[in-house]
Design a protein around this ligand. Structure first.
Ligand code: MTE
Ligand code: LUZ
Ligand code: MOS
Length: 750
């Protein structure tokens, strides 16, 4: 089953925000943003911009009719800076003009006076000053303090992790059109149509029922449009409200890179204690999250760091503390994995550290500590674990010992090229950790010609969720997928949506679609009963476009049945709601059962490092991955490959650089390197985990959007092993492991 968008993508016919036909009189916005990272904004001079050709209006904070605020969790993010600026790239004014070009030209003519204040870019500095966005968060299991005293081995260290630019191919953007009575229709490239609706209402003062948000699809989001699409929609909405004209803003790449937040950088401390058999008996970790200048989604990201701080391992005594540190960087935000990868890197670093000091391969410690059925996670949920099974199946199929032996033999005969191998187990919890967000709705219409329209709260961003929604409806009615069309995500058809995030969109919206279809299916079978002379609808089924009775095809076809039902005035539409059962989490005790299920997997990553130049190639990523029972292997394999490459990028070549003044230096594709086709591993092998466990996923097909990214972490440790094979060194646990950093380690310059 191919992705239903593949044809229109290949032909260039898929519609993104910038392809939506504009209506007559459309104006174009451009934001003027702060050149400094922190300071007092004493004056803004917009006079020259206002005189500039084609300019209709210049808007600053004082012009807003609604509230100058877009902060969702904490109200600490003005739409337009007022009095102070808190990061370089913070929007200060909006220029609205007759064309994009004229708007950009005029924005350059705005001048501001800013009295510089101290710029903080380091989260530890912010924490030392007590500049935390929310109070520290803590997970405790057992008691680490007393256990460390009796450990055979204790190791302590520190890790530095950098951020990551989302680099969705489609930049951020929105288009607002005025509707009758002062309302708005907003097209947005967002993962969260309802979040956009709320932000638009707040800055315009409109009620939610006056604002319609519509999303066709995104050219990628990766978390970057979970919260941060709001600002651009709010900009267009405000401009539309003040000019009574449609207003569009599609950011240029450099504007996008400069003005939006990224994956959170972290600085972390760890302490790991092992017994004589290399069982990890105690683990302490302290995470300093670089949240940037506003809250955004930083607290839940930080919480997920805690949820995943022991990755796939069972550790009986854990103390994990996390600080949400306010700095003068653009507010950092959701990014595939949502803090999970940051937590996992630290425990993997602690294990690699212990292994190095104890003279063993890290895999021996990893293997000995995998979480088993019935073990407790530090947050109280009891594991239904496939960590051991996925490790065993990966090892069985790909043979870690042989791969390691090959590397050792290669290294013995190769002077300047060295191979390194690492195992990377992953355990990722599926569900929004904020329980109320785990709900979704679906609207299904069966039309009298037999065709079906499905609308859900899920946003298509390349991950194939629309294909999965169409599959659900087609399967429920026993029809071909061509009969089903999945429509835009629209707040009038589906209200109060959770963002498409947490890898949970297919599950939540798929289950709601399944429920809606089941209701209509039952109604149709009631209509069919007398027509096919059956007594009970349980004897009937819908298959291949026909009604089947006791497994045998009848002459009653789908279209006839639908028309008959309509003539009998039977409702052919349904709107259904799904809420994940059995989940919950109590932050007062920091215990509960937050996740519907976990996704497990184990990857083996192999690299070759060129020890003269510091360059490296990823030879293979071989993984055993827990799909449950995949409902679409083409889509899911695409997610695995994409996730792995994105994870490798984060760990190796992608380096976000801010200078001490908080200015983004890696502000374009010439200075920010993402994996291209040449840096994709030579081999990505995926072995589906064999399991017959039941789960809460749609059709047992487990969420796949985020977990594979974390296999990429293995590349860091594989490179580290290769570097150590060349020279006796102990590279610090700082990432990304760029070629420069490899070279510095090889020649002891760090
Ligand atoms: N795949 C593509 N092609 N584009 C994307 O933007 N986002 C990822 C993942 N895969 C993304 C993607 C992220 S961050 C998430 S949370 C999931 O898709 C969301 O979709 P799902 O819930 O349908 O898995
Ligand atoms: N977004 C969110 C997420 O709001 N809550 C989550 O738990 C989450 N997890 C992963 C990715 N996005
Ligand atoms: Mo994904 S980080 O949940 O958008």
């Amino acid at each position: 089953m191919k992705n239903i968008d593949s044809k229109s993508h290949v032909r260039g016919e898929s519609v993104y925000l910038d392809d939506i036909p504009t209506v007559q009189g459309t104006l174009y916005a451009c934001v003027f943003d702060s050149p400094l990272a922190h300071g007092k904004l004493t004056s803004i001079d917009t006079s020259e911009a206002e005189e500039s050709e084609g300019v209709v209006r210049v808007i600053t904070a004082k012009d807003l009719i609604g509230e100058n605020q877009i902060g969702g969790i904490v109200p600490d993010e003005p739409l337009l800076a007022d009095g102070e600026v808190h990061f370089a790239g913070q929007p200060i004014a909006i220029v609205v003009a007759k064309s994009e070009e004229l708007a950009r030209k005029a924005a350059k003519k705005i001048t501001v006076d800013i009295e510089p204040l101290e710029v903080v870019t380091d989260p530890r500095v912010a924490a030392a000053k007590g500049d935390l966005i929310v109070p520290p968060k803590k997970f405790v299991l057992g008691d680490t303090a007393s256990v460390f005293e009796n450990c055979a081995h204790v190791f302590e260290g520190r890790t530095e992790q950098n951020g990551q630019e989302h680099l969705y191919i489609e930049t951020q953007g929105a288009y607002a059109v005025p509707t009758e009575g002062g309302g708005l229709k907003v097209y947005s490239s967002t993962q969260g149509p309802t979040a956009v609706q709320r932000a638009v209402c707040r800055v315009t003062g409109l009620a939610m029922h006056e604002v319609e948000v519509d999303v066709q699809r995104l050219g990628g989001g990766f978390g970057g449009k979970e919260d941060q699409a709001n600002a651009w929609a709010a900009v267009c909405a405000v401009a539309t409200q003040l000019t009574k004209r449609p207003v569009k803003y599609a950011l240029h790449r450099m504007e996008d890179m400069r003005m939006t937040g990224k994956r959170h950088p972290y600085s972390s401390d760890y302490k790991i204690g092992l017994d004589a058999d290399f069982k990890i008996v105690a683990y302490e970790a302290t995470f300093y999250q670089n949240a940037g200048a506003a809250c955004d989604l930083s607290p839940p990201v930080l919480e997920r760091t805690l949820f995943h701080c022991t990755n796939s391992y069972f550790i009986p005594n854990v103390t994990a503390t996390a600080y949400c540190c306010r700095t003068n960087l653009p507010p950092n935000t959701a990014f595939r994995g949502f803090g999970g990868p940051q937590g996992m890197f630290v425990i993997e670093a602690a294990i690699a550290h212990a292994a190095e000091k104890l003279g063993l391969p890290a895999s021996e410690i990893q293997r000995a500590n995998l979480i088993d059925d019935g073990d407790e996670f530090p947050y109280g949920q009891i594991a239904e674990s496939d960590a051991i099974t996925s490790w065993a199946q990966a090892d069985d199929k790909f043979n870690f010992a042989t791969l390691q032996k090959e590397a050792v033999e290669f290294n013995a005969s190769s002077k300047y090229f060295k191979k390194g191998v690492a195992m990377m187990p992953v355990c990722f919890g599926i569900s929004f950790t904020k329980t109320p967000m785990n709900q979704a709705r679906s609207l299904v219409h069966v039309y009298t010609d037999g065709s079906i329209a499905v609308s859900t709260g899920a946003v298509e961003m390349g991950q194939g969720v629309n294909t999965k929604m169409a599959q659900v409806a087609a399967k429920m009615f026993g029809l071909d997928i061509d009969v089903v069309k999945v429509h835009t995500t629209n707040t009038l058809r589906i209200a109060n949506t959770s963002p498409t995030a947490a890898s949970a969109a297919a599950d939540l919206n798929g289950k709601a679609t399944q429920l809606a279809c089941e209701t209509i299916r039952k109604r149709l079978l009631e209509v069919a009963l007398p027509l096919v002379e059956a007594a009970d609808i349980d004897d009937l089924s819908l298959q291949d476009g026909f009604v089947f009775r006791n497994g045998e095809k009848t002459s009653l076809g789908w279209q006839t049945l639908v028309m008959d039902a309509h003539l009998q005035r039977v409702n052919l539409s349904e709107h259904s709601h799904y809420a994940t059962p059995g989940i919950g989490f109590d932050w007062t005790t920091a215990k509960g059962h937050p996740f519907a299920y976990h996704v497990y997997g184990t990857a083996i990553v192999g690299v070759t490092v060129d020890c003269l130049r510091g360059r490296y190639e990823v030879d293979y990523v071989k993984c055993c991955h827990d799909f449950g029972t995949s409902m679409n292997t083409a889509v899911d394999l695409g997610q695995i490959e994409g996730g792995i490459v994105q994870g490798l990028g984060w760990m190796t070549m992608e380096e976000v650089v801010y200078d001490a003044d908080g200015r983004l230096r890696s502000n374009a594709l010439s200075t920010y390197k993402v994996p291209d086709i040449y840096s994709v591993p030579k081999e990505i092998a995926v072995l589906p985990l064999e399991t017959d466990r039941d789960n809460l996923a749609i059709f047992n097909s487990k969420a796949v959007g985020e977990p594979p990214l974390m296999y990429g972490i293995g590349a860091y440790f594989a490179i580290r092993n290769a570097v150590k094979a060349y020279t006796d060194c102990s590279p610090k646990f700082d990432c990304p492991f760029t070629p420069e950093r490899v070279l510095m380690n090889l020649y002891s310059k760090l």
